[in-house]
Design a protein around this ligand. Structure first.
Ligand code: AHR
Length: 316
């Protein structure tokens, strides 16, 4: 009896030790936006809560740095790799190397063009749908009136830049009153959002010929809001502002009457990713290829002050 008890205790102790010994490499893009910084914070928190040893790499927005980080994680023999891919193409070789080393890769928040048997699963939102939600908001807001839109795109070649553009265009298709007159990348950063918006304003009669801004993320919208104010116009009124992410600063802008709508992207991609990995490690059961997060629309009438406060503690 005693030896059975000892064996059970030993097995439990081993199980606990084995569970706490898991090492995961995180090939993060960088810290281009408030949303990205929150995703990093939350991933660290989620790893800590689960006793996972997280090895973190910041690629400074460069794909070659992400590829080097993945190769280093493979060499270290990690138990899994999280990858937030800066662009959609060019991952086949390194993902094959991870597969050959039997290290599962989970994609976070962005997609790749590679075969889906090269990664275990992808956690993220339906990026086309996000653009559709933003576009539909504008269709409803202008209610048939003519509206010339400027678009700030995300990082060129990234899946959110491609898909959010497609989604918005889907939503305005058939609404001849709405036209995208200018579209350029702001690389998902506040500084470039401001700079590109300044050039849009200059080119469009000081902004008087612009009805709305669609930004692929809130940070670019916040930069653009500053540019609109400096041009002597009122963002949120003279130029409508719709964007994506739902970071605290866009709610602050909404509370000030300077932004109109945002589509939420949760920065907690790591929670579902670690849950899927645990099931896979424990039982070998592979998760669905796509674990989808919600895309909820928030407008200036959704208590922006309260939304700001609620998010402040959540990794932002
Ligand atoms: O991939 C998600 C996008 O990347 C977020 O919308 C943006 O803020 C970030 O940089």
């Amino acid at each position: 009896m005693k030896s059975l008890f000892m064996t059970t205790v030993a097995a439990l102790a081993f199980g606990t030790a084995a569970a706490s010994a898991q090492t995961v490499g995180f090939a993060q893009i960088g810290s281009e936006s408030g949303w990205r910084a929150a995703e990093t914070t939350i991933t660290r928190q989620q790893a800590d809560e689960r006793g996972i040893d997280l090895k973190f790499s910041d690629a400074q927005q460069k794909q070659e740095n992400q590829i080097a980080a993945i190769r280093s994680f493979i060499a270290q023999g990690v138990d899994a790799i999280l990858l937030a891919p800066v662009v959609a193409t060019g991952w086949d070789s390194v993902l094959e190397e991870a597969k050959d080393a039997e290290i599962p890769v989970v994609l976070l928040d962005r997609q790749v063009d590679s075969d889906d048997d090269l990664y275990l699963t992808a956690v993220g939102s339906d990026l086309v749908h996000e653009g559709e939600v933003a576009g539909q908001w504008l269709v409803d807001a202008v209610d048939g009136k003519d509206c010339r839109v400027v678009e700030l795109q995300g990082t060129t070649g990234s899946s959110p830049a491609i898909d959010r553009k497609t989604g918005f265009e889907n939503a305005i298709k058939g609404h001849d009153n709405i036209e995208i007159i200018r579209s350029q990348t702001g690389d998902f950063t506040r500084a470039q959002g401001k700079e590109v918006m300044e050039s849009f304003l200059q080119a469009e009669n000081g902004g008087k010929d612009i009805c709305a801004l669609y930004a692929h993320n809130d940070d670019m919208a916040v930069g653009a809001i500053q540019a609109i104010k400096e041009a002597g116009l009122k963002p949120g009124e003279d130029i409508l502002v719709v964007s994506i992410d739902a970071v605290p600063d866009i709610f602050q802008a909404m509370a000030n009457g300077e932004a109109n709508a945002t589509v939420e992207l949760t920065p907690n991609m790591a929670g579902p990713a670690f849950d899927a990995l645990k099931t896979y490690w424990d039982s070998g059961e592979a998760p669905e290829k796509f674990i989808q997060t919600e895309s909820k629309l928030y407008t200036a009438s959704d208590d922006p002050k309260g939304q700001y406060e609620a998010r402040k503690g959540l990794g932002y």
